[in-house]
Design a protein around this ligand. Structure first.
Ligand code: QAP
Ligand code: CO
Length: 170
């Protein structure tokens, strides 16, 4: 297991779409384990392969209090979305910023699991938000894209400044 580097907005690599996984093999499972380790260490509740500079359609999440219910979705697609709901979102690639985003209230997800088994599940609440947020990453989309240009630019400038300062102090 290894911890991977999480890309920060506005890194252009966050805009690259992921490619579908053809075979769920040990390499894919090793990547999933590294993504989970990286997410738990952050700590976060969801992470997409895009965020660790891997252009594959894989996301991981764990919404449990005890951090003992890892979920992995390979080649996820939304079959249905219904209703509307607003909630506060953050992102490991946009550290320190939280804003309200509108999403579907209920979604139906189809994907492959860690062992390549087909999954079909319905989600509401935080899980539905997390699924939509992470699937966006696989298409190069970030939650800041739903904000006004003014808010997005403010976040971008602050993170650019932080990145410059970190480059100096390392
Ligand atoms: C996506 O987000 C998400 O700014 C996962 O300083 C967000 O794990 C799903 C985090 C909202 C559902 C609702 C963010 C950690 C973690 C930060 C995360 C930070 C440290 C975000
Ligand atoms: Co995110």
């Amino acid at each position: 297991m290894a911890r991977l580097t999480i890309l920060h907005y506005p890194d252009p690599r966050l805009r690259k779409p992921g490619v579908a996984v053809e075979t769920v093999d040990d390499g894919v499972r090793a990547l999933i384990d590294d993504m989970l380790e990286t997410m738990y260490a952050a700590p976060g509740i969801g992470l997409a392969a895009t965020q660790v500079n891997v252009q594959k359609r894989i996301v991981v999440m764990d919404l449990s209090e005890e951090k003992n219910q890892p979920l992995a979705f390979i080649n996820p697609t939304l079959l249905e979305r219904e209703g509307e709901s607003e909630s506060e979102e953050g992102c490991l690639s946009v550290p320190g910023f939280y804003e309200t985003v509108q999403r579907a209230e209920r979604v139906r997800l189809s994907a492959l699991g860690r062992d390549g088994e087909p999954l079909d599940l319905e989600a509401t609440g935080l899980l539905a938000v997390c699924i939509q947020h992470e699937l966006d990453h696989l298409n190069g989309k970030l939650f800041v894209d739903y904000l006004s240009a003014l808010k997005r630019d403010r976040i971008r400038k602050k993170l650019e400044k932080q990145a410059r300062q970190e480059a100096h102090t390392s």
